[in-house]
Write a protein that binds this ligand. Structure first.
Ligand code: ZN
Length: 256
């Protein structure tokens, strides 16, 4: 049975990604999967794509990856995000763009394909950020497996549904939400469904500036979020030297 490293929202931050890949080697995972947004915001898009393509057995496409391929997808982005995506597009060659083009919007892994991978929300609707129990209750309509892994919010979180029936409409009060603590396993009980978010490698937004990632253990049935310190000043310098908006470097120091 498998121990799966789960990374998401790397956003062109190479020092953070390398710190996480080092830690995943220590965790003796059998494979690593990526939930998208490899690029956008950060100064190392090509290097991050190279590492992710080399190390990850499954990669789903995020909205920033998509916006690199198609500028129309950046229409809803704020000014700094749009500027960074335009900057990123100019720095990627045809091989990198082809690699993004090959990423699918969802993927399934594990025995009986019991783990679903998406970037943002398995149930398309007006809100794509699964950030609270109200949105999660709707998102569970799209989860017909025991476990759904997603990113996009940049905040580590686990939502638990009381049953395994995607046809039944859930209300928010029926769900349990867990805020994962660094290194503390969350048990995934049988007969329930889970939406698990590992947080963001390259731009955490839960006020902890350390890179966030997770290990999903399909034998022990646990999901464990870990944090990895990395050289934030180095990526800030690279970001400013690249001419990217200063706010993108500033926010890394506070994890917001
Ligand atoms: Zn993202």
């Amino acid at each position: 049975m498998e121990r799966i490293g789960v990374i998401s929202d790397i956003h062109g931050n190479l020092p953070a990604l390398e710190a996480v890949l080092d830690r995943l080697a220590d965790e003796a995972v059998d494979r690593v999967v990526c939930l998208g947004d490899v690029v956008g915001y950060g100064p190392h898009p090509a290097e991050c794509l190279d590492r992710v393509i080399r190390w990850c057995s499954s990669i789903v496409r995020g909205n920033h990856d998509e916006a690199v391929l198609d500028p129309r997808c950046a229409g809803a982005f704020n000014g700094a995000a749009r500027e960074a995506v335009n900057w990123t597009r100019e720095r990627l060659g045809p091989l990198h763009l082809a690699a993004i083009n090959r990423m699918r919007s969802s993927s399934f892994i594990g025995p009986d394909d019991e783990v679903m991978l998406v970037h943002d929300n398995p149930w398309p609707g007006p809100i794509d950020y699964v950030h609270d129990k109200l949105v999660a209750a709707l998102a569970f309509r799209g989860v017909d497996r025991p476990i759904c892994l997603l990113g996009h919010t940049h905040v580590p979180m686990v939502f638990e549904s009381p049953d395994d029936d995607p046809a039944r409409d859930l209300s928010a009060v029926e769900l349990t939400a867990f805020i994962p603590a660094d290194g503390l396993p969350i048990r995934l009980a049988p007969g329930r469904r889970y939406i698990c978010n590992p947080g963001s490698v390259g731009q955490p937004r839960d006020c902890d500036p350390r890179a966030s990632f997770a290990v999903l253990d399909l034998r022990d049935r646990t999901f464990t979020v870990h944090r990895a310190a990395y050289d934030i000043a180095a990526v800030q310098s690279a970001s400013l030297a690249a001419g990217l908006p200063a706010i993108l470097a500033d926010r890394l120091a506070i994890g917001a």
